[in-house]
Design a protein around this ligand. Structure first.
Ligand code: MLT
Ligand code: ZN
Length: 454
């Protein structure tokens, strides 16, 4: 896919020239430009981190990275790119100009009463808003579509769209900022965010459980919600293969092995609240009721409630280290899907019937399953076993196969990897209107080409 896309861009867009570098040098200090071209002459290896994704699956060939320090500098860069046909992006597919916002991390204002923060975007927050990453605590705090109150965005022609509202309620017609949340840099560059920030909780606790069978996870979820109500801040699912992999990777065991036995599933529950003793009392009552329902075919086989900050971190690591542990074993194919929670295991097993090493874990409380397939190398034979199988299994574009009516991307986005598969989750009408929206903002196609829509 990458090569086909690359040849299309070549015919549509210009490569970076000495003129471009001279122009960028007139609007940015030299320290804000990395380029292999003269007079900058950055060693090519200094651009490696911008040209590789962390899965090492895609490789770009950008020769120019720009690090603007202000919204005006971003606007000046895009005016030039728009006029000259240069394309810009986050991770390049070919030789795009990379625009890195790491220099823009000032807090513009913070209101400690309402918790509203206005920030010149840092790469982390910009990445979060532009990719709409969900994460471990969406179950408690909701998605960025609810917590982002305003955005400042530089549009592809350099125009600044200033919607940095801090209003909780603002029902004044089309909510343009929503278009940029999850747009993956294809419509504009987010340079400012105003966001609702809940206070950091006074107390957090967690609990790791092993469950005899996958079917018990839904019962445990139901009981956790009723016992913990608003203090429930994460409910994460870990299948046996994922748990065993982390045990091997860290050399640690989180639970008593004799109790775990042949348990098929693991669950990590976190609470965040105002008073530790209240939260722990609720967790203990939950644990009691889970044990009370344990019997020969009970709901859990073992459970550990963290007793210290250190143990809290250790229990979390059994969930958080899965992706890292997988990447140490081999090359990882990642599918990040939404399916009904009752189907997590069925979907994982269906993929397991086609390739050997599959991990199933994820944000159970959000219906978000992560399927990680570990292979010795990225290889056409594995590609063919996985695609379009996984998309047909999850998506609904082909009703015959689309058994789950799920989403082919729950939180990781579409990027370049899934642009060709968008139709499995978005129908013809939706895709046609997405295309029209893209054209309204970026008719020259200079923003993050090849990502999201082909
Ligand atoms: C996670 O929740 O751990 C990540 O989204 C999974 C991943 O990196 O594939
Ligand atoms: Zn995730």
């Amino acid at each position: 896919t990458t090569n086909v896309l690359a040849s299309q861009y070549k015919s549509l867009h210009n490569a970076v020239t000495l003129d471009d570098i001279a122009h960028f040098s007139s609007i940015l200090p030299k320290s804000s430009i990395l380029s292999t071209l003269p007079p900058i002459n950055t060693p090519p290896e200094d651009l490696d981190s911008y040209n590789n994704d962390w899965m090492t699956r895609y490789k770009g060939h950008s020769q120019c990275v720009l690090k603007p320090r202000s919204t005006k500098e971003v606007s000046d860069i895009l005016k030039w790119c728009g006029n000259t046909g240069l394309v810009g992006g986050g991770v390049p597919v070919r030789d795009e100009v990379v625009i890195n916002l790491g220099n823009m991390s000032n807090v513009r204002s913070f209101d400690p009463v309402s918790g509203m923060l206005r920030q010149l975007v840092s790469c982390q927050i910009g990445g979060n808003v532009a990719t709409n990453a969900g994460g471990l605590r969406l179950v408690r705090y909701g998605s960025l579509h609810g917590t982002v109150l305003g955005l400042e965005v530089v549009l592809p022609d350099g125009t600044i769209l200033s919607e940095l509202s801090t209003l909780r309620k603002d029902n004044t017609g089309y909510d343009l900022k929503q278009l940029f949340i999850g747009s993956e840099g294809t419509l504009g560059i987010i340079t400012g965010v105003s966001i609702l920030t809940p206070p950091a909780p006074n107390a957090t606790s967690n609990l790791l459980l092993s469950l005899p069978s996958f079917v018990n996870v839904t019962d445990v979820f139901r009981l956790a919600k009723s016992h913990l109500s608003e203090i429930l801040s994460a409910f994460e699912y870990i299948d046996r293969q994922s748990y065993d992999l982390v045990c091997r990777h860290t050399g640690k065991k989180a639970l008593d092995e004799s109790e775990v036995g042949n348990s098929e599933a693991f669950v990590l529950i976190e609470t965040s609240g105002a008073r530790k003793e209240h939260d722990e009392a609720k967790l203990e009552a939950l644990l009691e009721s889970l044990y009370a329902s344990s019997g020969a075919q009970g709901l859990i086989t073992s459970g550990t409630l963290s007793q210290s900050a250190e143990q809290f971190a250790t229990l979390w690591s059994f969930r958080e280290l899965i992706a890292e542990a997988a990447s140490k074993v081999g090359k990882v194919y990642k599918y990040d899907v939404s399916v009904p929670i009752q189907k997590f295991k069925e979907v994982t097993d269906a993929v397991r019937s086609r390739v050997v090493e599959v991990l199933g874990y994820g944000h159970f409380g959000d219906g978000n399953l992560h399927l990680n397939i570990i292979a010795e190398a990225y290889a056409p034979v594995i590609d063919a076993a996985l695609e379009p199988f996984v998309y047909e299994l999850i998506g609904e574009a082909r009703p015959v196969f689309g058994r789950y009516k799920g989403s082919i991307s729950a939180e990781h986005g579409i990027g370049v990897m899934k642009a060709h598969a968008l139709h499995y989750s978005k129908g013809d009408v939706s895709r046609a209107y997405m295309r029209r929206i893209k054209d309204v903002f970026d008719d020259r196609g200079i923003m993050n080409p090849g990502k999201v829509i082909e």
